[in-house]
Design a protein around this ligand. Structure first.
Ligand code: ADP
Ligand code: MG
Length: 619
């Protein structure tokens, strides 16, 4: 509960608590005499005035009728006829609703704010030998900039002089700093570690990497319509209906008090609580199973998915691969040397394949060399200079795009392994295929059971992998997934998911790597592996499995469906209760205080019903 309530809401929380006590006192008539005024006034002032001001601002500035307008009308009407308890109670419940809503919606914007904070405000431009500090958004292409140690790089560019090492973790998720020298590209938002260097700007303003990323995240947010509370969606209608009912009641019966009671019971407080309380309880329950769901909006999307797409390495498999064989096809390079080149080049890789090659090489107790000019080609492999030799390690396409052919003999030798489900990493040295490394991965023990549970929930599992077709086939048979797409680049995974979105078939993506970030963002809903997964994947996802426990995925779907069901029940219940209460008030059976209490009972019932989600179990 606590983490949902941030600084600015703390004061409101205190107000709500004080108001609650004041209302209890008012109801019990205890101190009415000794205080000299009805203590319900405390609730009216603390909770009511902010609502009143909010409603006036909404009407005057945004020309927008929200649920708070109706509450304000009921509040003022009750005060006018001296029904202070009813007024205070309505304000009190409404304030609780607002607190809960703020808590659930605030999380969403934190990601963007963090990125914006990373954007440097100024840049040091060198002109005619002198240094001038100008705003970062006024840098032009081809300007020469000076970057000192510890500074954030203001725009994208190429190093013109000097050497340094750069922390690129914000952009790539790579946690180790990367060495850079003259001619290397540097991106905005990344942090210069040790050296001082000059750079030539190549992409500025909106085109720079950081700005593009902020834009992408913003678009992703905008595409995902925020949950507008149902109460607000219906507010205009409700205000007129309430006023109409009150006027008719007043006109027909001639009793002002009945009209005011109608206004009080019409207030949609239980309605307002229906959604945020259920979402809080649903998200809270999921947390106890190691599932972090980012927002209520995400939860709603999970409840609607019909297909679940999985990445292979690191998601369905453990991502701790065994090196089965190393084959060199270059007489001058021994198998051990080939492994040395590959392991050295992979040292900076975050990919499970790279990590596995490195740890295997270390386990046979050899030291590696520091790679130079390391670059990561997401979903394909890596490139780096090792002892002055250009080394590439990755899938066949990576070598092909560099113009390196893989001789038939080598391909044939590799097929013998890949047919058995192994992953092949080809090694190119100085633009020639030198050999390959064979790796095998183990499927997570609970993967097959998880897939069969998903099928019971009528979900269609899909395998989307960047690995070769045979490896994909092998794994898919082990876990019984019949829909398989292999040899996909990160963009291909994204396009595959977009196709589902276009067909209006909500699909959820489960992935772990940097190369999955795009897919996670473009899927209707995304789940990242919190343990093995890279930061960028975690950032891009709507939910995170804290300890990579894929067995929980069916429960994630189940709890989100349960929560949405709960919300619907809450809404139907609170609407029915409101309707009944309006009738009883119009008939004069309820007075304002009784009306306020019925109204309160409705809200409490909704909260209890939602809280039941906390005890939901994954069985
Ligand atoms: P998956 O979809 O199975 O998780 P990826 O999309 O992460 O696979 O990677 C696809 C393929 O790209 C791998 O099977 C491998 O051949 C190659 N690859 C990716 N990263 C690396 C790396 N760091 N080193 C070598 N090969 C890599
Ligand atoms: Mg992966």
């Amino acid at each position: 509960m606590k983490k949902w309530i941030m600084e600015e809401d703390k004061l409101n929380l205190i107000f709500v608590i004080i108001s609650g006590i004041a209302l209890l006192v008012s109801l019990s008539h205890l101190l009415r005499g000794s205080l000299g005024f009805d203590s319900a006034w405390i609730a009216i002032v603390l909770c009511g005035i902010p609502i009143l001001l909010g409603a006036i601002k909404g009407l005057v500035v945004d020309h927008d009728i929200k649920a708070d307008v109706l509450v304000s009308i009921a509040l003022v009407a009750s005060v006018c006829i001296g029904e202070y308890f009813a007024a205070g109670e309505v304000a009190f419940i409404m304030a609780i609703g607002t607190l809960l809503e703020n808590g659930t919606s605030r999380k969403a914007n934190e990601g963007i704010e963090r990125l914006i904070k990373l954007t440097p405000k100024t840049a040091r431009v060198l002109k005619d030998g002198t240094e001038k500090i100008i705003p970062a958004d006024q840098v032009n292409i081809n300007d020469i900039l000076l970057v000192l140690a510890g500074e954030t790089i203001p725009v994208d560019g190429v190093i013109a002089s000097g050497e340094t090492s750069i922390d690129q973790s914000v952009m790539t998720g790579e946690s180790l700093p990367i060495d850079k020298t003259v001619g290397d590209a540097v991106t905005s938002g990344t942090v210069n570690q040790y050296g001082t260097f000059t750079m030539r700007a190549t992409k500025v303003g909106k085109d720079s990497s950081l700005q593009r990323m902020i834009q992408m995240v913003k678009e992703a947010e905008a595409n995902k319509a925020p949950i507008i509370t149902l109460a607000d969606r219906w507010a205009t209608w409700m205000v007129w209906a309430a006023l109409g009912a009150a006027v008719i009641t007043g006109a027909v019966t001639g009793e002002l008090i009945r009209a005011v009671t109608v206004l009080v019971v019409f207030c949609p407080c239980a309605f307002i609580l229906a959604t945020p309380t259920a979402i809080l309880a649903g998200i809270g329950n999921a947390t106890t199973y190691g599932i972090i769901i980012r927002s209520g909006d995400a939860l709603e999307r999970f409840s609607k998915v019909k297909h679940i797409a999985f990445d292979k390495t690191g998601t369905l498999t453990h991502g701790k691969l065994n090196v089965m064989a190393v084959k060199s096809f270059n007489d001058c390079i021994t198998e051990e040397k080939l492994l040395y080149y590959a392991a050295s080049a992979e040292q900076r890789s975050e990919h499970p394949i790279g990590k596995s090659i490195v740890s295997y090489y270390q386990s046979i107790c050899h030291t590696m060399c520091e790679p130079q000019e390391f670059s990561l080609l997401a979903g394909q492999g890596v490139r780096a200079f090792v002892d002055g030799q250009e080394v590439m390690a990755g899938k066949p396409d990576l070598l092909k795009t560099e113009g390196i052919t893989i001789p038939e003999k080598i391909q044939k030798a590799a097929t013998d392994y890949s047919e058995k489900g192994a992953t092949i990493v080809y090694i190119g040295i100085n633009k020639e295929t030198a050999g390959f490394i064979v790796l095998s991965d183990t499927v997570r023990e609970d993967a097959a059971a998880m897939i069969s549970k998903l099928k019971e929930l009528h979900m269609e599992p899909i395998l989307l992998t960047g690995d070769n077709a045979s490896a994909a086939q092998y794994i898919s048979e082990l876990v019984s997934i019949s829909k398989v797409k292999s040899d996909l680049l990160p963009e291909d995974k994204m396009n595959e998911l977009k196709r589902y979105n276009q067909k209006d078939e909500p699909v959820c993506m489960v992935g772990d790597g940097i190369n999955d970030a795009l897919a996670l963002k473009s899927a209707y809903a995304g789940v990242a592996m919190g343990g093995i997964g890279s930061d960028i994947a975690v950032e891009a996802a709507d939910a995170v499995l804290v300890s990579d426990d894929i067995q929980r995925i069916p429960y994630l779907i189940k709890i989100s469906q349960k929560t949405m069901k709960k919300i619907n029940v809450n809404i139907v219940f609170s609407m029915s209760l409101n309707f009944l209460a309006v009738l009883l008030s119009a008939m004069g059976i309820l007075n304002p205080v009784l009306g306020a209490l019925v109204h309160n009972v409705g809200s409490v019932a909704v909260v209890i019903n939602s809280a039941l989600l906390f005890v939901s179990k994954d069985r």
